[in-house]
Design a protein around this ligand. Sequence first.
Ligand SMILES: [Zn+2]
Length: 459
Amino acid sequence: MPCAHTFTDGTPCAHPADGERCLFHTPPDERDASDAAVRDAFVEAVESRSPGRKRFDGAQFGVLELSSRVIDSKDNHEVRLDGADIEELRLPNASVREPVSLTGARIDRVSAPEATFERSVTLDGATLGAGPHEFTDATFQGKLLLTGCQVAGPVTFEGAAFGRKVDCTDARFEAGLDLEGCHLPSLRVSGATVEGGLQLLDAELDRLEVRNLSPDGCLVDCTRATVRSGTLAQPATGATAFDLRRATVGDVAFAFADPAAFDHYGILRTEFEGFPFADYRETLRAFGWRLHGFTARERESSTADLELTYLKAKNGATAVGDNDDASQFFVREMRYRRRRYRDRLADASLPLDRRFDSGGRWLTNRLLGLLAGYGERPSRVLGLALAVLTFFTAAYAAFGVTAGLSESIYFSIVTFTTLGYGDIVPPTDVTRLLAATEAICGAFLTALFVFTLGRRVTR
Ligand SMILES: [Zn+2]
């Protein structure tokens, strides 16, 4: 006798029934069969190679124990469990070779560590209960669709590998989503709610799309992760925090309407491989090219970390041919290097010679920074040269070396450029010393100017 149950699309259930309904469509408290007997009937039906018998829409299961089993019917028909009710789905070490649809299903707990899913798995609109839901070290060779999925308990995919995309659009995770150490070709978390945060520590993602994530302040932890492309967008209201410390960031778009949101991207010792710095020129300018605003709040970053942060940013900007931003990051790198020297100079635990060495380096750094912006600011050298010329022009007039403004300017320039025609000669020891000093300054500043100009041109 066939089962009296009819699926929502009007197709009658194809499973045989002893009474009115088949084993799967009889509520667990009304059937005599044990969970193991239901499981055996399920496996047999899946392996029957009849597409109709692979439909379990609206079925009710207790514990579906499939540990270490191979679920394979050697055809391409989907195992359909749409709207099914499963108390617990156990798949540790199982190998599922068929596509599985659990659209709109309700499952209290899923345990699938080290399971392999060779085809797509659809949990569209499914409801997962208190869990925990474990997919640790699982392999998903097909797509994993979690669109509109409602999950009450914690979900972990730690160490899992994915062959195709994972889509969490409009899903809701009430106790966090853990994808630590996962390999993902594409992860989409759009319009989703992730209470407890999205964990992507050490993960490797070819593409990551995060848009309109809630709640406000939700943390997407990408520490030490690799994100090759994608979009990390701020929601329309509130903010999402992206922790990118020690991560590798490729051609990724930081999308935000309010430039102040730039502080929600945590950058510290972050590698940039193809990041389009030039797209953020205005924001970077507004932030004074300060990348570590996010982490500055925690006060845990050392000057060495900060120096490395800007070195990596400079290298990243140089690699994409963005020399203007590279120059700004270089100035910051030098500034934090100076602080590192200063800290070493002040560190009483270091041997004296190392402290002296650091002191010398600090002084050189300080002078180069002040005089030439670490070789990045030719205009600063030019301004300094003008100041020197003006000072000595005034000094020659005051000491009576020259008569009148034009002669003072002429003598100052001739001395600065070390032309030394000899038509005007300083009369006293003091004025001779003045002229010699200007000549030294002139030679030094000319050399510095040529050096900074050269740097700017070759950048
Ligand atoms: Zn049935």
